[in-house]
Write a protein that binds this ligand. Structure first.
Ligand SMILES: *Cc1c(COP(=O)(O)O)cnc(C)c1O
Length: 364
């Protein structure tokens, strides 16, 4: 079975050396040595400051909304993983969906302004598949209307935007380190916060607001990453450049050989590509279903990222017209992409897709 992704696992002995260290120290959580080390290593590797490691990307979003004291309406995208929206509803906020641009697949910057009202407190865009949003425009709008900006940058591990890591933009950027993402800590995530005071607030928030043994300074939640997870991250970080290299090869092989009446996401020239996903946009949903059926018959499981459109969630009360997102979500499919997908498997996938599209040469 070839799934859409396969979790990278480090050499067992390497991870077990870390586990032995954890056992020897007896410290398994609460900002132990591994978590502190991973934070520092990630700040160095990514070139950002103020990383707050947490238990997952969803909690990172929730903490971001909370510490920025967001209220009422959030201008956001309907084309994302469900957590972007569910985290807002969970925090009592109202997602206001703005349609996406059909090429970049990100929130359509031109449509943001007319959806801003007195009730709006923030913009929550997503760098979909690691492709940067129109950061300058969003920044300008946020300043003009005094709104906060939180980037759901879950897909952006290692992506640079104009020579700075993409996580350094917005009031807060969040990232996910879930096992399905390029860099993972089994379960995990992080906030990256420019403002030092806000950073301190996030550090307190992830641990019940506890400041010291006898002082609880503020309202908090439990969102701490544990030592075993951080150890996984430390192992991954050693191998990450190799992982990128191998992913790049798969991505380029697909890009060079998949041919037909399809199109790909247009990626911004201002950002680098981390080869996280390989989405294909078909002419219509019928063709997508035929491609899926053929792939599944041959033991390949692609995923319909992102389907359904988040506007269609049962708990969305504020229904907006988002025709582009509705349309794209019906006809976009992500092919398997991971470091250990071998050339035979890649070619098998390419040939199946091309055979349905009736075009392209057969890969041997
Ligand atoms: C994975 C993901 C999340 C959630 O992250 P978890 O670590 O799984 O909680 C949020 N937003 C997007 C766009 C994601 O892909």
């Amino acid at each position: 079975m070839i799934n859409v992704t396969k979790t990278y696992l480090p050499p067992f002995d390497k991870y077990s050396d870390y586990v032995r260290k954890i056992f020897n120290s007896g410290i398994v959580t609460n900002n132990g040595e591994m978590v502190r080390k991973l934070k520092k290593s990630l700040e160095e590797y990514l070139g950002v400051k103020n990383i707050v490691l947490v238990q997952n990307g969803t909690l990172a979003l929730q903490i971001a909304y909370k510490i920025l004291n967001l209220k009422k309406d959030i201008v956001t995208t309907p084309f994302s993983f469900v957590a972007t929206t569910s985290s807002q509803v969970w925090e009592g906020l109202n997602p206001v969906f703005v349609d996406i641009d059909k090429k970049s697949l990100n929130i359509d910057t031109k449509l943001i302004e007319k959806n801003i009202t007195k009730r709006t407190s923030a913009i929550v865009p997503v760098h979909v598949f690691g492709n940067s949003c129109n950061i300058e425009e969003i920044d300008k709008l946020a300043k003009r209307y005094n709104l906060k900006v939180i980037y759901d940058a879950a897909h952006t591990f290692g992506v640079k935007y104009k020579d700075k890591n993409i996580l350094s933009y917005g009031d807060i950027s969040i990232i996910s380190f879930h096992a399905t993402k390029i860099f993972h800590t089994i379960e995990g995530g992080a906030l990256v916060i420019n403002d030092d005071k806000l950073y301190e607030k996030a550090i307190l928030s992830r641990n019940f607001g506890i400041e010291s043994a006898d002082s609880i300074k503020d309202l908090g939640i439990n969102a701490k990453m544990n030592e075993f997870e951080a150890a996984m991250g430390l192992c991954l970080l050693d191998d990450i450049d190799k992982i990128f290299e191998r992913r790049k090869k798969v991505y380029e092989n697909y890009m060079n050989y998949i041919k037909g009446d399809i199109y790909f996401q247009s990626r911004s020239r201002d950002c680098t590509c981390n080869y996280g996903y390989f989405p294909i946009i078909f002419k219509n949903e019928n063709i997508l279903k035929r491609v899926m059926k053929e792939l599944i018959n041959e033991g390949v499981r692609p995923r319909r990222y992102f389907y359904p459109c988040l506007n269609d969630l049962s708990y969305i009360k504020d229904y907006r017209k988002v025709p582009v997102a509705q349309d794209i979500s019906k006809r976009i499919l992500c092919l398997p992409l991971y470091d250990s997908l071998n050339i035979t498997e890649q070619n098998k996938i390419i040939n199946i897709v091309n055979s349905v599209l009736n075009l392209g040469d057969k890969c041997e």
